[in-house]
Design a protein around this ligand. Structure first.
Ligand code: GLU
Length: 411
């Protein structure tokens, strides 16, 4: 394990990319720490009448290109370093796909499964009460992330409305459709990655009927599984936080989603429909044509990168590969489609939602899909070409692409 903080590790990639551009190095200094991070305590009343307190953060990394934008995650292992790193990645991601946003991120250190629905509502409303001065439709716009969803966004938007005294849907994205959410936001992260894969398929050697392993079966993982299955690919292994299953002839994704919904884990399908349990840490080393990382950070690291058999990795999670593992994968010829491009579909449709909220006119699903597809293809093509031209990885090329946009905006 590196002794650097997670933010310092992420910055290494950024500063390395800067070497490919002729820029004043003092411009980069500001990224060594965020614009602002607020650390707060959320105290809520539990259903049994007791009081409980939780640590919470909102970090705004940089607003050079627009208001800060990024999700809020609920997870027992959330830390300030993690939130600040993910906020930094949002700055880069928004620049990669040319959205008029900087980067932000929030988190609450809590296992959401330990709360009842009413406790979860009180926690989410409390988050907005505490951070009401930080967020705002022209300042910092939250969205869903790990373990948060449209319901939570609705509670948060409603709380914000009552604090400011007016209906302000553009303060938060990923809302339910009935409350100003955008069509197509629910599967946007996966769909953006899928459009990219389809577009680059020839260059990548990603052929029909590919065998795919997916780590994580939350929003991104479950939607990409459906999209890949519909396109005729075979999902041969899937994991979630409770374990993993394999199905060499292709796992039925409809059955898998049902099993997850009913029993809380993909492992409950094991033994049926030609599937069996496999060790969760074996998922990254499954023999397949594409590995999709859709779980948490640092899942592919120096200790297991050499075992990856897939020639292509799609990073739908944020920062699932450590810099040490990047090096190992590069030397082994594994092509990594990096998070800051691969999962940018989520924030792109969040941007569409914010635009629709501000104009008060809503687009049909076909428009959302077409706009998302164009965005992923245009930015993907530019990054692919630059990686070839400079003989660098797609990740480095994506950083260079983002950095040149950021530098352009600094006067
Ligand atoms: N949480 C998502 C991400 O990491 C989406 C952020 C957003 O829509 O603002 O990209």
């Amino acid at each position: 394990m590196s002794s650097k903080t997670m933010l310092q590790q992420a910055l290494t990639r950024f500063f390395d990319a800067a070497k490919h551009l002729n820029i004043d190095p003092t411009i980069l200094e500001k990224w060594e720490f965020p614009l602002e991070t607020t650390h707060a305590r959320l105290t809520i009343r539990m259903d049994d009448g007791s009081l409980k307190s939780f640590r919470a953060w909102r970090s705004r990394n940089d607003d050079t290109r627009g208001p800060t934008k990024g999700g809020i995650r609920y997870h027992q292992s959330v830390t300030a370093d993690e939130v600040e790193t993910l906020a930094f990645l949002m700055t880069i991601k928004c620049a990669v796909v040319n959205l008029p946003f900087g980067g932000g991120k929030g988190g609450v250190q809590i296992d959401p499964l330990s709360l009842s629905k009413t406790e979860l509502e009180r926690l989410s409303r409390r988050y907005v009460q505490i951070f009401s001065k930080v967020i705002g439709p022209n300042r910092d716009i939250p969205a869903p992330d790990v373990n948060t969803n449209a319901m939570i966004m609705a509670w948060m938007a409603n709380e914000y409305d009552s604090i400011v005294g007016e209906v302000t849907p553009a303060v938060i994205t990923g809302k339910p459709i009935s409350l100003g959410g955008s069509l197509g936001r629910d599967d946007a992260t996966a769909r953006g990655g899928y459009y990219l894969l389809e577009y680059l398929a020839k260059d990548l050697g990603f052929t029909p009927g590919a065998r795919v392993a997916i780590q994580g079966f939350g929003n991104a993982g479950s939607h990409i599984a459906q999209l890949l299955e519909s396109a005729g690919h075979k999902v041969v292994a899937v994991s979630d936080s409770k374990g993993a299953i394999g199905g060499p002839t292709g796992i039925d994704i409809g059955q898998l989603s049902l099993a997850k919904e009913r029993n809380g884990s993909v492992t409950s399908l094991a033994g049926a429909h030609g599937t069996s349990k496999i060790a969760a840490d074996e998922l990254v080393s499954v023999d397949c044509d594409l590995l999709v990382l859709a779980a948490m950070e640092d899942m592919v690291h120096a200790g297991n990168a050499a075992n990856v058999k897939a020639p292509i990795i799609l990073e739908l999670a944020n920062s699932p590969i450590t810099p040490e593992a990047d090096e190992i994968l590069k030397n082994r010829g594994v092509v990594v489609i990096p998070d800051i491009l691969a999962n940018a579909g989520g924030v792109t449709v969040s941007y569409f939602e914010w635009v629709q909220n501000r104009q008060g006119y809503y687009w049909p699903i076909e428009d959302i899909h077409a706009r998302l597809k164009t965005k992923m293809e245009e930015e993907g093509a530019a990054i692919w070409a630059s990686a070839k031209e400079k003989n660098i990885t797609l990740r480095s090329a994506a950083y260079v692409h983002a950095l040149s946009r950021l530098v352009d905006a600094i006067y």
